[in-house]
Design a protein around this ligand. Structure first.
Ligand code: AMP
Ligand code: ZN
Length: 471
């Protein structure tokens, strides 16, 4: 599989350190609020990556953290802790907030067919590991104590900006904007490994440490949780593009300083879901959730298809019109699949040809939009229905759009409607009502309508004649 690697700024053949297992790490949610559908775009695309790797023959061990401490309102270590903000907003404890929004996150994942990673680790579980890493960084002169906090010293690195698709000044914007300068820092890009002093003294969760009672910085959790479960050599690290700087840049700085060697070979970044006013984000106040889409009558599968229709390295613009188009596409797709019949043996050659196209799309930097086209090619292919159904079932291991399940549901609904439409007794009453209307015996027509209504049957007069349905 060829993947774009943010570290080398080019597409590369993906080769894990060991042929037996791909070690994959994903930055998990900060559980202070519901995930918005932008966050979930990132999780959908990472899910597709994991499934595509498995589908093309790899074993994958995937680890994800749950950020329940240390992520401050600005990614650059300033502002109030996001969890504390959530707790104040809802008058709950930080742990209650963490539990509630962790559950809500996995419920959203379930609705969107996003597989739960093999290991999910809350940040608050690993305090000892952070202390150990911070201590070693201090012992080796890579970190320093200042104003009660421990900082990573970026001047000890040969190169700090590793994802420099942008120039250094562009990247530094993330540090400068809306952020008060922390005068404890020796260098502008230094970042906190362990806090004991912060402006927000009411921080709810604190732990004892060699540097005083405090709490970890956000970046250190991902380094330690990854190493705890995946060891010193990571194959692929994923996250949204906003995580590239400063979060992932800092993860690399501290991990490689700690290990003394390269840590992760491939960096996979999903670009943003934008609205017409820019990136969808929680700090702007208004954001869309899966539950809100459902309340408005949208099937989460239509949102998954919407995401798959575009490449993960392009920004995706959300609008209701775009989502409505995805709904129309999904419904039509399912109707076409529902019309297929199991009509004999699978034509293996035809199946392999269809599969090749799909695999090539995935292998070409996870091009899901081409993979979706390969799925439509199945429907157009000159082969029997059984082969088409086999190919769709196979592709759906990666796409996870409930293709066959939704088609089966539709078939059942259609069969039920057809069965309902052929109840001879009801048909006779409907015919009698039509006759009564023709004879201008409206009292009788109304009486029959009322009788049918009492039996739970609704009559619909259409230009093609009178139809009925159970209500
Ligand atoms: P958070 O819960 O804020 O830590 O973010 C969870 C994930 O969503 C991270 O990987 C972010 O990079 C990603 N993310 C945040 N905003 C967006 C967005 N508008 N579109 C896509 N991904 C996003
Ligand atoms: Zn992370």
């Amino acid at each position: 599989m060829y993947l774009y690697n943010s570290l080398t700024h080019k597409k590369e053949l993906f080769q894990p350190n060991s042929p037996d297992i791909v070690k994959m790490y994903t930055c998990g949610p900060t559980v202070y609020h519901y995930a918005h559908i932008g966050n979930l775009r990132t999780y959908i695309m990472e899910d597709v990556l994991e499934k595509a790797l498995r589908y093309t023959g790899y074993n994958v061990k995937r680890v994800m953290n749950i950020t329940d401490v240390g992520h401050l309102a600005s990614d650059a270590d300033t502002g109030e802790d996001k969890m504390l903000k959530g707790a104040k907003r809802e008058n709950k404890t930080v742990m209650q907030i963490a539990q509630y929004y962790t559950d809500a996150f996995f419920e959203d994942c379930r609705k969107l067919n996003i597989k739960i990673p093999d290991v999910v680790e809350p940040a608050t579980n690993c305090i000892d590991a952070y202390i150990e890493m911070v201590q070693k960084l201090l012992d080796t002169g890579k970190a320093y104590l200042s104003g009660g906090n421990v900082y990573f010293d970026t001047s000890t690195l040969e190169q700090y900006y590793v994802f420099n698709d942008h120039d250094e000044e562009d990247l530094a914007v993330g540090v400068r904007e809306g952020v008060e300068e922390d005068t404890n820092k020796k260098n502008r890009n230094d970042f906190v490994l362990w806090f004991t002093k912060s402006k927000f003294e009411d921080q709810a969760l604190k732990w004892d440490s060699p540097w005083g009672v405090g709490y970890p910085g956000w970046h250190i959790e991902c380094s330690c949780i990854s190493m705890k479960h995946l060891g010193e050599d990571l194959d692929i690290h994923c996250g949204g593009i906003d995580n590239a700087f400063p979060h992932h840049t800092n993860e690399i700085a501290q991990s490689e300083s700690f290990l003394g060697h390269k840590w992760c070979n491939y960096w996979f970044h999903v670009h943003h879901l934008n609205t017409d006013t820019g990136k969808m984000s929680k700090s702007k106040g208004e954001f869309l959730t899966v539950s809100l889409l459902e309340q408005k009558g949208y099937d989460p599968m239509a949102y998954r298809l919407f995401c798959l229709q575009s490449h993960y390295r392009r920004n995706l613009v959300f609008s209701w019109e775009n989502l409505d188009n995805a709904v129309i596409a999904y419904d039509k797709l399912i109707a076409r699949i529902a019309a297929l019949k199991e009509d004999g043996p699978v034509d293996q050659d035809a199946f392999n040809q269809l599969k090749d196209r799909f695999v090539n799309a995935l292998n070409g930097d996870l091009n899901t939009s081409v993979a979706v086209t390969a799925m439509y090619d199945v429907l157009k292919a000159k082969t029997n229905d059984a082969t088409k159904l086999a190919a769709l079932r196979d592709f759906d291991q990666v796409l996870c759009l409930n293709l066959l399940e939704a088609a089966e549901k539709l078939q059942k609904k259609q069969a039920q409607e057809a069965a309902e439409q052929s109840d001879p007794e009801i048909d006779a009453l409907v015919a009698a009502r039509t006759e009564a209307k023709k004879a201008k015996n409206f009292a009788e027509a109304d009486r029959i309508r009322d009788e049918l209504r009492a039996r739970g049957i609704e009559i619909i007069d259409t230009p093609q004649g009178t139809k009925w349905r159970k209500v």
